[in-house]
Design a protein around this ligand. Structure first.
Ligand code: ZN
Length: 503
């Protein structure tokens, strides 16, 4: 068995790469085999320079084999194991048992931070191998329990450690202080907007995607950002999933229980949203995994981009293909979309007149029925407050996010108990068949729904979405069966429900 190992990434998973080094006489040359990409070739130069910085000159022919040969390897991660492999083959250092090394080398021998340290730590833990990582990755690795790891600032210190002349600093779980993530708006900071706040509570409780329609300046972005704090805190397992994705991209990590919030712009490329690229990386939808994905100016998004979000919104993961096969990234997100009611933004506004022609409004309205609209259960209008209302709400403090979160948690528990045995977690996940069979409505509610569905011309799909939302409303209230009151509230949040052209 080879004692010197590196890693490469496949999706959010780290795979072991064995480093075999053979040295023979002759003219100096380093060759790297085993499907190396262009960066691995650059690694040769960095490794040679870093070893020279230690006064170690590599002579003769050096053949480095990275096994298994059939998986692609990413260069920068593999610098350190190649350097150690060569030093081991030269008898300069002794690696007594299988060990994983990861890190990029600077020409002067410093070890640079790399992406993928959390996946590497999980792999080291699974294999029971010790792990050496760049100092810059220490904090994220300290969040992984049960791994034996050391942080390396300079290759010189790693040599000294392996030669037994001095000790590197081990990483102990949770030792590193966490940075404070940016504070988020509390629901109580947002004046008025009772309907929108209620929609967010229902969205959080049943994991329903939301579309907010309102004029510029009505606070849609603030409301969207407040949503992540009324969601239940991340569980241990969910937190590890979030850390894995962030580590794979190389973003800083914190051991916070807060759910991620990612906003994407309508000009974003499909790769940046869905993942991919030459150095395969997860996209924004995966960075929002277990949290909130926000699409502002929803009507401006390209159809093909929205189309590519469709399946992941349902499945909770996103496959990304590349030449050598495909990987799957997690993508379980709560989607919040926001848009103006018309091109000028003021249709239905209490003060500013709308300057759009009826034709322009009609065209805009068609744009709003984009490809993922049927994935959105809750529709709510967010009007700008009038000066009167601003005065009226002045000094009033609404309910805070923590209190709403308590209700959300209770409603989630009810759903786990009810749907868990069927393999679902939330009302929004329920497929049509199960919904019809499992959701009980009283006789009056049934009559009411039939009557309204006829009048507002609800489609079959539309009725299903109303039923799901009504189920969540009942769960928030702690009620067993669906009544007219639950259904009536759910109907107010139906597609296009309260939009100006429906009034
Ligand atoms: Zn307008």
């Amino acid at each position: 068995m080879n004692v010197v190992n590196g890693v490469t990434l496949r999706g959010i998973e780290a795979l072991k790469v064995e480093v075999e080094v053979e040295m023979t006489g002759g003219l100096f040359a380093i060759s790297v085999v085993g499907l190396p990409d262009a960066t691995v070739k650059e690694a040769r130069e960095r490794v040679r320079a870093a070893l020279r910085s230690l006064g170690l000159s590599v002579k003769g022919r050096v053949a480095v084999n990275l096994a298994p040969a059939d998986i692609p390897k990413e260069g920068a991660l593999i610098d350190l194991p190649i350097a150690i492999g060569i030093a081991h083959a030269m008898g300069e250092v002794r690696v007594a048992r299988p060990t994983i090394f990861m890190g990029e080398l600077a020409l002067d021998g410093r070890v640079r931070r790399v992406r993928g340290a959390v996946p590497a730590a999980l792999l080291a833990r699974k294999l029971g191998f010790p792990l050496f990582i760049p100092e810059g990755n220490a904090r994220e690795v300290s969040l992984v329990k049960g791994v034996t790891a050391w942080k390396v600032g300079h290759i010189r210190d790693l040599f000294a450690h392996l030669q037994g002349s001095s000790q590197l600093e081990p990483i102990t779980p949770g030792e590193e202080a966490e940075e404070n993530p940016e504070p988020d708006p509390d629901l109580s900071d947002i004046k008025g907007q009772a309907a929108a706040k209620r929609a967010l509570e229902i969205a959080a409780a049943g994991h329903h995607n939301v579309l907010m329609t309102g004029s510029p300046g009505s606070g849609k972005t603030l409301l969207a950002r407040a949503l992540k704090d009324i969601l239940p805190p991340l569980s241990d397992e969910e937190m590890m999933e979030v850390l894995l994705v962030r580590s794979t991209v190389g973003l800083p990590l914190h051991s916070s229980r807060q759910r991620p919030f990612r906003a994407i712009h309508h000009t974003s490329s499909t790769i940046s949203v869905c993942g991919g690229g030459t150095n395969l990386r997860p996209g924004e939808i995966s960075l929002a995994h277990r949290g909130v994905l926000f699409l502002d100016e929803f009507t401006e998004f390209r159809r093909d981009l929205l189309e590519s979000l469709r399946q992941p919104l349902e499945d909770g993961f996103i496959p990304v293909s590349r030449a050598s096969g495909s990987v799957t990234y997690p993508a379980r997100v709560l989607l919040v979309a926001a848009c103006n009611p018309c091109p000028c933004g003021f249709l239905g506004d209490p003060q500013e007149p709308c300057r759009c022609s009826p034709l322009a409004v009609e065209r805009y309205r068609r744009k709003m029925s984009g490809p993922i609209l049927d994935r959105i259960d809750l529709h709510v209008t967010v009007p700008r407050l009038t000066p009167d209302e601003l005065v009226q709400f002045e000094g009033q403090v609404g309910e805070n996010s923590a209190d709403v979160r308590q209700r959300v948690l209770r409603a989630r528990e009810v759903q786990w108990r009810r749907w868990g045995p069927l393999g679902f977690q939330c009302n929004a996940e329920l497929p049509e068949r199960a919904l019809r069979r499992q959701v009980k409505i009283d006789a009056e509610g049934r009559r009411f729904l039939k009557d309204v569905a006829g009048r507002v011309r609800l489609s079959g799909r539309g009725i299903s979405r109303v039923l799901k939302v009504a189920r969540t409303i009942a769960d928030l209230a702690g009620d067993e069966g669906l009544t007219t009151a639950h259904l009536a509230e759910a109907l107010a949040f139906r597609e296009g429900g309260d939009l100006p052209w429906n009034r």
